[in-house]
Design a protein around this ligand. Structure first.
Ligand SMILES: *[C@@H]1O[C@H](CO)[C@@H](O)[C@H](O)[C@H]1NC(C)=O
Ligand SMILES: *[C@@H]1O[C@H](CO)[C@@H](O)[C@H](O)[C@H]1NC(C)=O
Ligand SMILES: *[C@@H]1O[C@H](CO)[C@@H](O)[C@H](O)[C@H]1NC(C)=O
Ligand SMILES: *[C@@H]1O[C@H](CO)[C@@H](O)[C@H](O)[C@H]1NC(C)=O
Length: 437
């Protein structure tokens, strides 16, 4: 059943992409991982979601910030490593080496980087648009839960202490309300230690057992050193006509910049994408998915257990009396992946390993963790009780523990009993408890 559901989602997504951008099914741009632009994934259909004898009354939604600029390190890399590779590639093609076309060479020649390091990881213009449009569509789907008039008692907005999450929240409210109203919106103050939106960042036990544990990177490193990856580096270097074989670090930088530039620039193809054919892009995609699987996903159970800290706030809002209530939170890829895992979604049949690429895996950041990826729960009051509808990236999904998409709240309260009642930050995250777990 899960398999069918996933292949349906996959099919819908692929169909959308080819419709929107006429990207071929086997295009490099379908394999950009966490840097996949949201316009490849969003759901254009924003008609009201209705169920007979039911009314949408509350929404709890968590959103990864929109498309952002690269890190300082990657901005530096663009200015040095990529500028060097560009010159070398152009030169070698003049000598008859390499496989890029004239058009591709022209794009590469015109490429430059003028990003300012001060603005590392800032939200981009495309990121703003993603938030405004996401807000508008979500409101259209659930007009009762999300009123178009702001009220400081019924709306709650919060974000992590980062520019990209803060700006994402701000532009999202611009999508929901009239300009005058949007100026009045109150945001919960962001805190450096945020046990709801970034529960992992200061969770000492998780930092020690997972983030700083070399085992977490074992499979990724194995794949990075594999025969398959070596062949990939060789073929990319050959494609660019280079005399030497590029390192994994260099190829990874090209791959990341291909993703960023694709995301923030809808009208132009990044010349760094020309370095890849679909097979090589898929290998880089898998290389990153391995890390996410072991760091943010099913690899360690503390990783996703902690996500109860965010999830239980949803159950609290849905169980409390005052109606309606709309909660919107702006966070990061690491938050969303851990939540998806807590919900048992997109779980591969067996753990992902570095010795063989599992191409049928549902765990693909390109599909489930693009920029602005989001998860929403909507409370429906129905004639026969309360139900919860779940949406990922604006598409209704069926949770694995539910029989249908519209799932009884009581059923979820029962299934997630531990996530609600046995979810203490100190218990879970303190190093004092390390030996026992
Ligand atoms: C890029 O390199 C140029 C010249 O090497 C330098 O002037 C400029 O400050 C650099 N920019 C960044 C963002 O590093
Ligand atoms: C909330 O809105 C009401 C009116 O709608 C206003 O009187 C009140 O000052 C607002 N609260 C805050 C904290 O701004
Ligand atoms: C891949 O290349 C690296 C670096 O050149 C090397 O250490 C490694 O053994 C190679 N792996 C295989 C499987 O050939
Ligand atoms: C956590 O993982 C360990 C082994 O890695 C397993 O034995 C245990 O059952 C897991 N706990 C939960 C709550 O899933």
């Amino acid at each position: 059943m899960k398999c069918i559901l996933i292949s349906i989602i996959y099919f819908v997504i692929i169909k959308d992409i080819s419709y929107v951008l006429s990207i071929k099914q086997n295009d490099v741009l379908n394999h950009l991982g966490t840097r996949t632009p949201y316009r490849f994934r969003h759901n254009k259909d924003d008609s009201k979601i209705k169920y007979p004898h039911c009314k949408d009354t509350k929404i709890w939604m968590i959103v990864r910030h929109g498309t952002r600029l690269p890190s300082a390190k990657d901005i530096q890399g663009m200015n040095t490593t990529l500028k060097d590779i560009k010159l070398e590639t152009l030169l070698q093609h003049k000598h008859g080496k390499g496989q890029l076309t004239q058009g591709q060479l022209k794009d590469l020649e015109e490429w430059t980087s003028t990003l300012d390091i001060e603005r590392e990881k800032y939200l981009t213009l495309e990121g703003r648009d993603e938030m405004i449009l996401l807000a508008e569509r979500t409101q259209n789907r659930f007009p009762n839960a999300i009123k178009n008039k702001y009220n400081n008692k019924t709306f709650l907005f919060r974000y992590t202490a980062t520019e990209r999450a803060q700006q994402s929240a701000r532009y999202f409210t611009n999508g929901l309300f009239e300009k005058k109203d949007a100026q009045d919106v109150i945001f919960l103050p962001a805190t450096k230690v945020d046990p709801v939106l970034r529960f992992y960042k200061h969770c000492d036990r998780w930092q020690k057992q997972v983030k700083k544990n070399p085992d977490t990177y074992k499979e990724q490193i194995l794949f990075g050193n594999s025969y398959e990856m070596n062949k990939t580096l060789e073929s990319i270097s050959k494609r660019l006509g280079l005399k030497r074989v590029l390192s994994l670090g260099e190829v990874n930088l090209m791959y990341k910049i291909c993703g960023y530039e694709t995301s923030w620039n809808k009208h132009q193809i990044s010349p760094w994408c020309y370095a890849f054919d679909v097979e090589s892009a898929m290998r880089l995609e898998y290389y990153h998915d391995l890390k996410h699987y072991w760091m943010d996903g099913y690899g360690h159970n503390l990783t996703y257990r902690q996500a109860c800290l965010a999830l239980k706030t949803m159950f609290k809002i849905f169980s409390d009396k005052p109606d309606p209530f709309a909660v919107f939170m702006f966070a990061h890829s690491g938050t969303l992946l851990k939540l998806l895992t807590h919900l048992q979604l997109y779980k591969p049949d067996s753990p992902l390993t570095g010795d063989a690429m599992d191409d049928t895996r549902p765990w693909k950041a390109s599909l489930i963790d693009c920029f602005a990826t989001n998860l929403a729960f909507v409370l429906f009051k129905c004639k026969d009780g309360d139900y919860v509808l779940t949406l990922h990236q604006e598409r209704v999904i069926k949770l694995p523990m539910c029989e249908k998409e519209l799932c009884p709240l009581t059923k979820l309260l029962e299934y997630f009993h531990d996530s609600i009642h046995n979810c203490d930050y100190t218990d879970m995250c303190s190093l004092d408890n390390d030996a026992s777990k």
